[in-house]
Design a binder for this molecule. Structure first.
Ligand code: GLN
Ligand code: ZN
Length: 754
């Protein structure tokens, strides 16, 4: 019998119950007991849903109040010393203090989970980190599931992934902690055995990365120690093909191995050819990271080849990775267009797909499902809503000159200087100004229909007048309109582009209690009408100073959306770029002299395997250039990125050929500029001097100091003066003095270099 299994289910609850409970607990509005009860209710709902769908192995311990890596840190008692934890049991307050910090203690670091938009809490290690079982959560949840009559499959982050994703605080190699760690993992497994658990899922997504010899050795030692006892281990890999780690993964003595067949579609036959005799293979056929219905016929072909090779008792079906990265239930979408909806599957529907596939393989007649899946595939391949011949023919006529500015930067520069007449160390901001309650209320009223277009227009124009006046008063050189009309930097554009749609409830956890609702790109993208020109022209009409037009770049729009899976992402990215190219031309024609195209996501798009980097960077850079290169020499293109690790992609950042780039640097004290120096970055740079992630108001002196640092290594004529990122999350009370100081700092620099 082929089993239907799952690797993990979203934990937020269909109505984001967990978010509201956790935030209520933080505010003191609900008690710990109420929070715990909400967690239990969500788990129960999720488990019964999976059981009723026909899932044979239901994951347990995939639930977390904040994050699954933090849960491991708690289970293992690896609480950093600064929390003054008394030992034995990690209570809820210590747990949330690690996640978010408290009045006296800093939070643990948070970072992106592989190439997803989920963020985990980074473990901290030192030579004397000790491990001991310190929470009963996993055991309690197993007991809860057993009481419901389920066959629970507890999930643990595997020891090598856990150590590899952690950070050493004293230079000790975290892998040296492995022997200590393994003895605690053994105890955990023994306790689970005592509870009658048959299978444990060990997640080792590290196997989707390029690993070191030391990591490979650690994996061998870990699974030799952990396997072969009374509990069977399913080693789960996901997010990429195994590539160079294939033989290693197959050789580890786990009783089952899970592989991702969405990202690693081509790897199945090779793996089947050398698959060990007794191991079970779990096929990750259903996309855990996107919202499209599975093509059952194609999946069936793959699954059948596995059954032919291994026999049906050694094949399981599963999502490619945990469903944590998918929204919960498509049935909650009551307003979505029926045809678009008929192409999609959220987590709950994905469970049905897994069960259906297993059923077919087990000889049951589910012919109707197959027919329906074929119909969807046909509908998508022929739909005129997806396939827009105008977009396709335009894409077919792209010429090389559309990917480059007319003149090189050295020739553009003097023309821009003459046209803009900016001083040395020109000052500007990244785009957004505080999103006040007034702004949010106006937008909400407009959406609800209680405020009409004219009323909304007037409210937004008032905001623009206010920010323009403020910027002129404090003496900024290049102004912005403030982005008051934008709810979100991707959604705002997606709503105006053809080929995008939106869900009402398609929430996905981003970190802790924060969820995002990514736009859905279902078809060929085009721009029916200008998107930002009215706002930017209005803003420009209020001032003689240059007004920056403000756009979100093609790469960022792509990565922060659910993307169609019927053509390469590079193709979709270029379609978005073409739509933006039109917007850029229209802004220029409307008299906007500087246009900023934000690309905060360019780095997070990097593939997990280095071997795939160049191909990605090529189409990412091409897309940006396609969007930005239509303009005349005197029109200045800016871009903005907000992360501080540039060293390994600095060449590609330069290849964007933006006239100016603003970047996050203030927290790292300009450290990242080293990459720019070594590379001799040719164009202009605005290294952020004001950390907008903090409520702190930087003084003139400290910003001058940062700028002096920058001026040592860069040509002063290259340097712009700006904050780290947009100001929308800040309050006016902070922004006013901070920007006033920033302008003053620029003046000090001008005197110094006059
Ligand atoms: N222009 C955007 C803003 O200022 C940029 C946001 C971002 O980099 N994430 O809000
Ligand atoms: Zn930013």
């Amino acid at each position: 019998m082929v089993l239907a299994t799952n690797l993990g289910f979203p934990r937020m609850g269909a109505k984001r119950e967990l978010k509201f409970a956790v935030e209520g607990f933080w505010k003191g509005d609900i008690t710990e007991a109420e929070l715990v009860q909400t967690g239990a209710d969500i788990r129960r709902t999720n488990w019964l849903m999976q059981r009723d769908a026909g899932i044979d192995h239901v994951p347990v311990n995939d639930f977390a109040f904040y994050d699954q890596m933090l849960d491991m840190t708690s289970l293992l008692g690896a609480v950093p010393p600064r929390y003054n934890w008394a030992g034995s049991n990690v209570d809820m307050h210590t747990y949330f203090a690690m996640a978010r910090g408290n009045a006296t203690t800093q939070a643990m670091e948070m970072t992106k989970w592989f190439d997803t938009n989920y963020h985990y809490i980074v473990p901290e290690f030192s030579a004397d980190t000790k491990f001991a079982i310190s929470t009963t959560k996993i055991f309690d949840e197993v007991a809860e599931a057993k009481a419901l009559g389920l066959n629970p499959r507890p999930v643990l982050i595997g020891p090598v992934t856990y150590l590899s994703l952690g950070k050493s605080k004293d230079g000790t190699d975290p892998l040296l902690l492995l022997p200590k760690l393994l003895s605690v993992y053994r105890q955990i497994l023994m306790t689970l055995v005592g509870q009658g658990v048959e299978w444990v899922q060990m997640d080792e997504p590290i196997l989707a990365l390029d690993i070191t010899q030391a990591q490979a050795e650690a994996l061998k030692s870990a699974y030799t120690t952990l396997c072969g006892y009374d509990v069977k281990i399913c080693l789960a890999t996901y997010f990429e093909k195994l590539s160079a780690n294939e033989d290693l993964a197959l050789s580890l003595p786990s009783e089952a191995l899970h592989i991702d067949l969405r990202r690693g579609a081509g790897q199945l036959n090779g793996i089947l050819a050398k698959f060990p005799d007794t191991k079970i293979l779990s096929l990750g056929l259903i996309d855990g990271r996107n919202i499209w219905k599975n093509n059952l016929r194609l999946s069936l072909e793959q699954a059948e080849s596995a059954v032919d090779a291994l026999g049906s008792d050694r094949v399981w079906l599963a999502p490619s990775c945990s469903l944590l990265h998918s929204p919960i239930d498509l049935n909650l979408e009551t307003r979505m267009d029926a045809q678009l909806k008929s192409w999609m599957a959220f987590s709950k529907q994905k469970l049905d797909e897994i069960v259906t596939l297993a059923s077919i393989l087990n000889g049951n007649d589910v012919g109707a499902a197959l027919t329906e899946s074929d119909a969807v595939a046909k509908d998508r391949s022929t739909s005129l809503r997806i396939h827009d011949s105008a977009v396709k023919s335009r894409m077919a006529t792209l010429t090389l000159d559309m990917f480059a500015r007319a003149s090189p930067f050295i020739n553009r520069r003097p023309v821009q200087q003459a046209s803009l007449g900016l001083p040395l160390f020109p000052t500007t901001t990244i785009g957004s100004f505080p999103q006040t309650k007034t702004i949010r209320e106006a937008r909400a009223a407009f959406k609800k229909g209680t405020l009409d277009v004219n009323g909304y227009d007037a409210a937004m124009k008032q905001e623009i007048r206010d920010v323009v006046k403020f910027q002129e008063e404090i003496g900024l050189d290049v102004l912005v309109h403030g982005e008051a009309e934008r709810n979100d930097m991707v959604e705002y554009f997606g709503e105006q582009l053809k080929g995008f749609t939106f869900s009402q409830n398609g929430w996905v956890q981003s970190y802790g209690s924060r969820c995002v609702k990514p736009p859905i790109i279902f078809g060929d993208v085009s721009r029916p009408t200008p998107m930002t020109v009215t706002w930017s022209s209005y803003a420009q009409s209020l001032t003689p100073r240059p007004m920056k037009g403000m756009l979100t770049g093609p790469i960022t729009m792509l990565f922060w959306s659910f993307v169609r899976d019927d053509q390469p992402r590079s193709e979709t990215c270029k379609q978005i770029a073409l739509a933006l190219r039109d917007e850029v031309s229209d802004l220029e024609a409307a008299g906007i002299k500087i246009i900023q195209i934000d690309e905060p996501a360019i780095r997070e798009g990097l593939p997990l395997h280095r071997a795939d980097w160049n191909a990605y960077l090529k189409w990412a850079v091409d897309s940006f250039r396609l969007s930005s290169s239509s303009v005349r020499d005197e029109t200045q293109i800016h871009t903005h990125m907000c992360y501080s690790e540039f060293n390994d992609i600095i060449g590609s950042i330069a290849a964007l050929d933006a006239d100016s780039i603003s970047i996050e640097t203030s927290r790292s004290q300009m450290e990242l500029l080293e990459a720019f120096i070594e590379f001799q970055y040719p164009n202009e740079i605005g290294p952020g001097v004001y950390d907008i992630h903090s409520p702190r108001i930087p003084s003139v002196d400290e910003m001058v100091m940062l700028l002096e640092k920058a001026a040592i290594v860069l040509d002063p004529a290259q340097i712009w003066v700006n904050p780290d990122c947009g100001l929308k999350t800040r309050a006016w009370a902070e922004v006013k003095p901070a920007l006033t100081n920033m302008v003053e700092a620029a003046k000090v620099m001008r005197r110094m270099f006059a």
